[in-house]
Design a protein around this ligand. Sequence first.
Ligand code: DSN
Length: 419
Amino acid sequence: MSAYRDLLQQTDPEVFNTISGEEKRQSEGIELIPSENYTYPEVLCALGSVFTNKYSEGYPGRRYYGGQEFTDQVEELARQRACELFGCEHANVQPLSGSPMNQAVYLGLLEPGDTILAMDLSHGGHLTHGAPVSHMGGLFNFVRYKTNPADGSIDFDKVRDMALKNKPKLVLCGYTSYPRDLDYAAFKAIADEVGAYTMTDASHYAGLVAGKVMRNPFDFGFDVVTTTSHKSLRGPRGGMVLCSKELASKIDKSVFPGLQGGPHMNAIAGIAITLGKALQPEFRDYAVQVLANAKALGKALMDRGGDLITGGTDNHMLVLETRKSFGLDGRTAEELLDTVGLTTNKQIIPDDPNPPLRPSGIRMGTPAATTRGMKEEDMVMLAKWMTETLKNPDDTTKHESIRRDVVALCSSFPVPGIS
Ligand code: DSN
């Protein structure tokens, strides 16, 4: 929290207590949700800065309000750093988060009713990739390809057949729950054959692309990459649309004024800081360690009877089939792990016969634990604690003992930004 925490404690102890409670929860537990991370203290500083006071509709050099000397500078820094980091020609850093970021691409490049080819939700696609419950799912015609849950492979002959039959205007890849890398060349070849745009939602793994440990879709000629700025990039909550110069105007108009009003300039300052950090050589070491930790966690879980969807991971994420492995649904597993201080999230698995609030698995990831400095040997401990908890769901004495061990481990790995 900022330098003003004493003031907040005095003036609004109720809100202060929720923040300090959350600080304690984050410090004394281990965050394993793959989409979460601990941002930099410098980003917390930017988020709490006076940029939060400023309205900046428009883009640098072309705003609808006065007083933009410094907002222009910081947004330009964020845009330039994004282009340098991801090797693209244009970056829009204004989307308020992941959903408006993807919506801006669909609405900017396509017409309502157009077809989009995307990954099936239960196989790892995201809600904003056309889930029937989303507005985008109603506005556009999404057709969905699946994966082979045994090894994560995608049958590109089938994807091509779907493309030839449905004539999508956009071929979308990227995911929220899929532990493998993607074959962008194969997606691009199919899109070219049917004259479709190519887009990747790299929100989960953009930090790993930036750290050069996963493939970069722009190396394969992709038109658009979207990414949130938190997750593996470690930034504030926000979104970015990265694209060619050719698409820049359509994308910019779609974000503002098409979909949003004033951007959150405090978050954009935080994004600029985050991208500056990701351009440093140390960020590559971080990305390497995220992957090493995920592999170590996956192996240790499998050694202890855990059944992982696709049999392992090539990225930061693992999906554990808890029903098969431990006879527990994902919600029960999530709740049990919460009691020992290990935070995961319940997760549907490919073609899950069970409902999303009581699915067959949980999802885990290593970006946050790696930010705290944890290494492979710590992942083995986590796997031991997780499997002991899940194998003994009624043994509260064991859970209390594991909880103490988790707190002890956490004390050696402080959370950045929490003193
Ligand atoms: N909520 C994010 C995730 O957990 O993947 C994406 O919206």
